[in-house]
Design a protein. Structure first.
Length: 348
């Protein structure tokens, strides 16, 4: 009787255990890097290893991309719901990558990211997508009729943006944002580069790369200055950023010779103010001209252009000088009540 009871108890336990094992996986939430919670379906049992996928992985490591692709494609056709399907799709992407088919590899990694957010291959797929984007930005071209002639830089920057969306706050997201900013900078898209560097500083204020990023941000603003007859906002922004950078990181200021750059910016600002004053003088607006001449004299008293401003000011009619003189502004500011001027270029 005792043996019969033990047998029945064992059968009951196995039945209950089997019932639980057959139940669908209950979702759980995982805190990913960057503080974002992601809903992850947990498998009831750990998936067993697969000899075919192990073979494919070894072939990929041996740079045998084409035979590895044939094998893994056949495996995926036969295993629509296999618990290791995410690994199979990832390996297919790897095979396409080493075969030179970057677009198909991108689609494979996208499938892993979209369908299997809890997969162990989620971040490896992101890393591979970053590699693809980086290669395109370095000049890699898709083949057309056997010729490598089709670039994809716009698609590459879009990839980097999507990586940031999928894993906000993660190291790969930080790396992607900075890579995009550096590309825009190298490609002379300085307005977008300046915005991208600003976004990096806001998102990763404690990064050890921030000083260099701030320097690039200032240079991006400076590069947008088109000349003394155009809007001075970029050069004013650049000066302010360089002054703050020099105060916060004196070592970098010495290495990059920032004080001399600021002096050149001041020289350009002086010329900008003088050109603006001359524009108003030539368009029969003596009061506005006098205002700018006075601004130049008060803000940069040691500038060589002061002598010209004083000479021009002495020829102003008395009524032009009745307007209150502007206060002394910092070199990186415009008069607070400056007269209205054309949007971009004086003297058009």
């Amino acid at each position: 009787m005792r043996n019969l009871c033990c047998f029945l108890l064992t059968v009951a336990l196995l039945t209950v255990t089997g019932a639980f094992a057959q139940q669908p996986a209950s979702p759980s939430w995982e805190l990913r890097d960057g503080g974002r919670w992601i809903k992850v379906e947990q498998p009831t049992t750990a998936p067993a290893a697969d000899e075919t996928l192990d073979l494919v992985e070894q072939m990929i490591k041996s740079n045998q991309g084409y035979p590895a692709k044939k094998i893994v494609v056949a495996w995926l056709k036969l295993h629509k719901d296999h618990p290791l399907r995410d690994r199979g799709i990832y390996l297919l992407g790897q095979a396409n990558f080493i075969n030179g088919d970057r677009i198909m590899a991108l689609y494979n990694f996208d499938e892993v990211l979209d369908k299997y957010p809890g997969s162990r291959y989620f971040f490896p797929a992101l890393d591979r997508q970053y590699d693809i984007a980086d290669q395109y930005l370095r000049g890699y071209k898709n083949r057309f009729f056997g010729l490598a002639i089709l670039g994809a830089t716009s698609e590459a920057t879009e990839m980097l943006y999507r990586i940031q969306q999928r894993a906000p706050g993660s190291p790969i997201a930080e790396k992607s944002l900075l890579r995009a900013a550096d590309f825009y900078y190298a490609d002379s898209d300085f307005d977008i580069a300046a915005d991208s560097y600003a976004a990096y500083i806001r998102s990763y204020p404690r990064s050890p790369l921030v000083p260099r990023v701030r320097l690039r941000q200032a240079f991006s603003a400076l590069a947008q200055f088109r000349g003394v007859r155009f809007d001075a906002t970029p050069i004013i922004d650049a000066r302010q950023q360089l002054v703050e950078l020099a105060a916060a990181f004196p070592t970098i200021a010495d290495e990059e010779n920032i004080p001399s750059i600021i002096k050149r910016i001041d020289s350009a600002l002086v010329k900008k103010i003088l050109v603006t004053a001359e524009f108003y003088e030539h368009t029969d607006k003596p009061a506005a001209a006098a205002y700018y001449y006075q601004h130049l004299i008060k803000t940069w008293p040691d500038a060589p252009e002061v002598a010209t401003a004083e000479q021009r000011l002495s020829r102003m009619p008395p009524e032009a000088l009745k307007r209150p003189e502007p206060p002394k502004y910092g070199p990186a500011t415009q008069p607070a009540t400056q007269p209205a001027a054309s949007n971009n270029r004086e003297g058009r």
